[in-house]
Design a protein around this ligand. Structure first.
Ligand SMILES: [Zn+2]
Length: 320
C-alpha cells in the first residue's frame, strides 16, 4: 500500500514536471486545488498548479519562492489566508519558466520581485522552452508588472537573523539563471527545477541551460551548502534530502557521459534515444522510466521520448 502510494505520488510529480515539456492542458486555477504542507513553523510548501511554491512567514510579511502557472497567483494568495494574515512582500523566482513565474502579475506592484540577473533578462522575453512548448509572456501583456526589479549575480542576502534568506547562483543547469534559495536558520533549501524530481531533467538550452555544466553546477551547490536537512524540489510534493540531490548529480553525469561516449564512438542521436534506460542504481532510488510515467499519466509515451531526445540533442550539440 505504501509502495503503491509512493509510486502514484511519484507519477503525479513526474506529470507535473513534464507538463511544461508536453504542453499538456492545465488544471483550472483554484485555491482548493492547492495542497499545503508545513515544513517548519514558519515555512510552507504550496503544491499544485505548477512548480512548488514555498511560503516563508516573517515578522514583516510573506516571502514566496515561485508563483506557478499564469492564473495561479490569486489562488495562492487566497490559500495563504488559511496560514497567515500577513501580506506578501517579496517574490523570489528560481528561473524563467511559466509554471514558476506565471502568477507574478497577480500580486500588487509593490511586491519586491527578486531573481538571478540572467533570469530577469529571460523573463522579459519568455523564450520557447527547448523541446517545447512556447511560453506565454504575461509580463508583456501587463506592461512589465511582476518582472524582477532586484537581481543578483553570485549571491544575495535578504532579511536578517533567523529570517535571513540566502540566494546563490552556482552555474548553468536547467536554465542559465537558476537561483538556489536557502533558509539558513531552518536548514532548508529550495532548488527550483535544477532538481524537479527523480526523472530525466529538462535541459532548456534555449533559456541558457546546459547538460554538460548541469552535474558540475549541482556539485558546486552540494559543496557550498553544507547545513541543509530538507530539500524542496521544483515539483516533488514531498521534500527530499541533500543525499538525493547529490545522487541526482550522478544521474545526470552518467546521462551526459552516455551521450558523449556515443558521439565519440561515431553513433547517432537515435542510437542513444532508443537504447538509454534509467540505470539500475537509480531505479532502486525511485527514478521513473518514461514507460512508468506514461502508464501512470495520460500523456503519450511520445512526449517522454521527445523530452529525452531534446536532452540528448542538447548534450550532443555541446560536445565537440
Ligand atoms: Zn522549469
Amino acid at each position: 500500500m505504501i509502495l503503491k502510494r509512493v509510486l502514484v505520488l511519484g507519477a503525479l510529480v513526474a506529470v507535473g514536471a513534464l507538463l511544461v515539456a508536453a504542453g499538456a492542458a492545465q488544471q483550472t486555477p483554484s485555491a482548493a486545488s492547492i495542497q499545503v504542507d508545513k515544513i517548519r513553523d514558519n515555512l510552507y510548501v504550496l503544491s499544485g498548479g505548477g512548480g512548488n511554491t514555498a511560503a516563508f512567514i516573517t515578522a514583516k510579511g510573506v516571502t514566496l519562492v515561485d508563483t506557478k502557472f499564469p492564473g495561479w497567483g490569486k489562488p495562492v494568495l487566497e490559500k495563504l489566508k488559511e496560514i497567515t494574515d500577513k501580506p506578501v512582500t517579496t517574490i523570489i523566482n528560481t528561473h524563467t519558466h511559466f509554471d514558476h513565474v506565471g502568477g507574478n502579475t497577480e500580486f500588487p506592484a509593490t511586491v519586491d520581485v527578486v531573481a538571478h540577473e540572467n533570469t530577469a533578462k529571460l523573463m522579459q522575453e519568455m523564450r520557447p522552452i527547448t523541446g517545447g512548448p512556447e511560453q506565454p509572456n504575461v509580463f508583456k501583456e501587463k506592461n512589465g508588472l511582476g518582472l524582477p526589479k532586484r537581481t543578483f549575480k553570485d549571491r544575495m542576502t535578504l532579511g536578517d537573523g533567523d529570517e535571513r534568506i540566502e540566494l546563490y547562483y552556482f552555474g548553468r543547469a536547467h536554465t542559465g539563471g537558476d537561483a538556489w534559495v536557502v533558509f539558513p536558520a531552518l536548514r532548508v533549501l529550495h532548488t527550483g527545477d535544477v532538481f524537479a524530481t527523480k526523472i530525466v531533467p529538462l535541459i532548456d538550452a534555449n533559456n541558457g541551460g546546459s547538460g554538460v555544466e548541469y552535474p558540475r553546477t549541482i556539485a558546486n551547490a552540494v559543496a557550498a551548502l553544507t547545513n541543509i536537512d530538507t530539500v524542496i524540489t521544483g515539483h516533488n510534493p514531498r521534500t527530499l534530502t541533500m543525499a538525493d540531490l547529490k545522487s541526482y548529480a550522478d544521474f545526470i553525469r552518467e546521462f551526459v557521459q552516455t551521450v558523449q561516449a556515443a558521439k565519440k564512438a561515431g553513433g547517432t542521436i537515435d542510437d542513444v534515444v532508443n537504447s538509454w534506460k534509467v540505470p539500475e542504481r537509480f531505479r532502486k532510488e525511485g527514478y521513473l522510466t518514461p514507460e512508468e510515467i506514461q502508464q501512470l499519466s495520460r500523456q503519450p509515451l511520445a512526449a517522454q521520448t521527445a523530452r529525452l531526445r531534446a536532452n540528448v540533442e542538447v548534450v550532443w550539440n555541446e560536445t565537440k
